[in-house]
Design a protein around this ligand. Sequence first.
Ligand SMILES: Nc1ncnc2c1ncn2[C@@H]1O[C@H](COP(=O)(O)OP(=O)(O)OP(=O)(O)O)[C@@H](O)[C@H]1O
Length: 260
Amino acid sequence: MATKGESLLSVRDLSIRFGGIVALDRVGFSVAEGSIAGLIGPNGAGKTTLFNCLSRLYRPSEGAILFEGRPILDAPRHRIAALGIGRTFQNLALFRSMSVLDNVRVGGHCRMGAGFLAHALALPAVRREEAALLEQAHRLIDLLDLGAVAGVPVAALPFGTQKRVELARALITQPKLLLLDEPAGGLNHEEVDQLRSRIRDIRDRLGVTVLLVEHHMNLVMTVSDQVVALDFGRVIADGTPAEVQGDDAVIRAYLGAPAA
Ligand SMILES: Nc1ncnc2c1ncn2[C@@H]1O[C@H](COP(=O)(O)OP(=O)(O)OP(=O)(O)O)[C@@H](O)[C@H]1O
C-alpha cells in the first residue's frame, strides 16, 4: 500500500488510437497519495479518453496503469470500484426518479462483501452491511449539504445539487482515488467556490486523492497541488499550478501558435 506522498497512481507510456486518431500518445505521469491533481488541455486533447482508460471503459493499445504499485489494466471493469477508484461523469449518471438517499446508497453495493445467497436470505451479515451503508450514506449527505433534500427525487433538484449527489454516490464506494470529470461544468460562480472547498474537504477529511479533468482554469489552478497538461494526446507540462500556468507550450496550446 502507498504511504502519504508516494505515488498512488502511475500512468506509464499510455497510448490509444481510434482509427487514424492518436488520442493518447505515450502519456506518463504520477499522482502522489493525498494530493489533488488537475488534468487540463484544449478540446480533444485526450483528457476524457485518459479517464476512460483509468476506469477501464477503454483498453489502451500500449502502456500500463499502476494503482498502489499494482498494474490494473487486466482487472475486470467491475472490480475497479472495489480496488478503490471512484468517478463522476461529465453528464450526470443518476437514477432520476430515485431519491437522493437511494442514489447514494445504490453506489455502495459494489463494496458489500456478502454474496447473492446471503442477500436473498437477508442474513444478519447483510443486515449489518446495509446498516453500515445507510450510516455512511447519511454521513456523506451531511458532508455535501444534502440533508434537506435526502428524500427528494433527483429529477426535482437543480443541476448544481444533482452534481453534489453524484459526488456523494462516488464517495460511498470509499475510493482511495476519486476521478472527477468536469465537476465545475454548468455551475455558477458561487457554486464553483463551494466546489473548491468541497474538493479540499474530501481530501482533508476523507483522505481521498483526487484527479480532476476541468476546463475551469481558476478552479484547477487554485485547488490542485499538481497540474498535468495534455495537447494532442501528449503530456506537454507536469508541475505545480504556477509552473504549468507559465509554461510556453501550455500557453501556445491554449492561445494557438502565433501567426508566422
Ligand atoms: N470512442 C471514440 N471514437 C473515436 N474517437 C474518439 C473516441 N473517444 C475519443 N475520441 C477522439 O480522441 C480525441 C481525444 O478526445 P477526448 O474526448 O479524450 O478529448 P478531451 O480532452 O476530453 O476533450 P474535451 O475537453 O472536449 O472533452 C479526439 O480527437 C476525439 O475525437
